[in-house]
Design a protein around this ligand. Structure first.
Ligand code: FAD
Length: 330
């Protein structure tokens, strides 16, 4: 790989169809805040080349395609090996991944491999005195803290939806292709002989990266009542989330839980239905750009962080809202 000043390696997440995930645009944008984005695509033969124009348009100065037709890639082993090799070669100022389950797993293993440190769930980045300074939103968004890594590579997982900055498009990014077989992915015991992907549970957008989320809480009262959140989500083309109380009560699947012990999200629009706004819930959604709360208790803490609030029963407000949305669409 040619020497690039202030290289920031960006792990590109791809779908099983070989397209890039929505997180890529933001991760490349985040990288451009502190250096020159170099996109690393691990995938099937031809994937890096095929995606290079698109990644250039999102700001990648260089696209490194690591090719394999081995299912090992599904569990991150190749991503770790590829990034570890590139860290050794390019001495990047940082490695950036999306703060998703898959990429966080890569970040942790990479840190062990290269003797670095991980700054997780970043919501901002800046470069100061030759160091990348990473910002985190903590205690339900009440405080912003900063961290950095000393004495080893700085690996950062960035919260999807939290950084608006976009990189300048590069018309013809450099492209280099590597054969995964040359990377030395680990001990033979780590080999994976077969893997299959679980089909998505619904056609709705993925919760972590959705631009709009409708979340339901205990206030919806039952699994049938939770259907209100789903109905509004479908009217808006949104993802569905839930509070822990709604999950514990069996109204919603555990993977929909938003909050401290669930998923952290930062969509453009977050609509909370019958969610009181406990600090553990706010921890997972407080950095949403616009928050709308519908709750029948005007004292509910969710109203303290809501941009728009409706005091009323979700069972009255939501059907009227859905009817209005449908009427406007004709
Ligand atoms: P409630 O607090 O019971 O609120 C229900 C709301 O619905 C009330 O405000 C009520 O006024 C309103 N309501 C009732 N009927 C209606 C109606 N008809 N229309 C409109 N509004 C109505 N919670 C999370 O969400 N995510 C987490 O990740 C999480 N992690 C946790 C980790 C720990 C260690 C602990 C201790 C707790 C955690 N919790 C988490 C739980 C959290 O403390 C709250 O208990 C939970 O968020 C409450 O969920 P809720 O708002 O749906 O329910």
């Amino acid at each position: 790989m040619d020497i690039i000043q202030n290289t920031v390696l960006v792990l590109i997440e791809t779908t099983t169809q070989g397209t890039i995930q929505r997180t890529s645009c933001e991760m490349l944008g985040a990288a451009s805040l502190v250096g020159t984005p170099v996109a690393v695509v691990v995938g099937m033969p031809g994937a890096g080349q095929a995606l290079s124009r698109e990644l250039g348009a999102l700001g990648a100065a260089h696209v490194v395609g690591v090719e394999s037709d081995n299912a090992t890639a599904e569990l991150g082993t190749l991503q770790v090996a590829a990034l570890a090799q590139m860290v050794g070669e390019s001495m990047p100022v940082a490695v950036i991944v999306a703060n998703t389950t898959e990429s966080c797993s890569v970040a942790g293993r990479l840190a062990v491999r290269v003797g670095g440190g991980v700054c997780t769930n970043a919501v901002g980045l800046r470069f100061q005195d030759d160091e990348v300074i990473v910002q985190h939103s903590i205690f339900g968004g009440e405080f912003t803290t900063e961290s950095t890594v000393e004495g080893g590579p700085c690996i950062i997982s960035v919260r999807p939806g939290s950084i608006d900055h976009r990189a300048v498009a590069i018309e013809n990014p450099q492209v280099s292709i590597r054969d995964a077989d040359t990377l030395g992915c680990g001990a033979p015991g780590a080999a994976i002989r077969a893997a299959s992907m679980r089909p998505p549970a619904s056609n709705r957008p993925e919760l972590r990266t959705a631009k709009t989320i409708v979340s339901g809480g205990r206030g919806l009262g039952s699994t049938e009542g939770f259907g209100l959140a789903e109905e509004l989500a479908d009217a808006l083309g949104a993802a569905v989330g839930a509070s822990r109380a709604a999950v514990d009560a069996g109204y919603a699947a555990p993977e929909l839980q938003v909050g401290q012990t669930g998923v952290t999200v930062a969509p453009d629009l977050y609509i909370a239905l019958g969610i009181s706004g406990a600090i553990q819930h706010k921890a997972g959604m407080q950095t949403s750009k616009t928050i709308v709360a519908i709750d029948k208790d005007e004292e509910a803490p969710i109203f303290e962080i809501a941009d728009f609030g409706v005091v009323g029963s979700a069972f009255d407000v939501v059907p009227a809202l859905v009817a209005e949305l449908r009427a406007r669409r004709g």
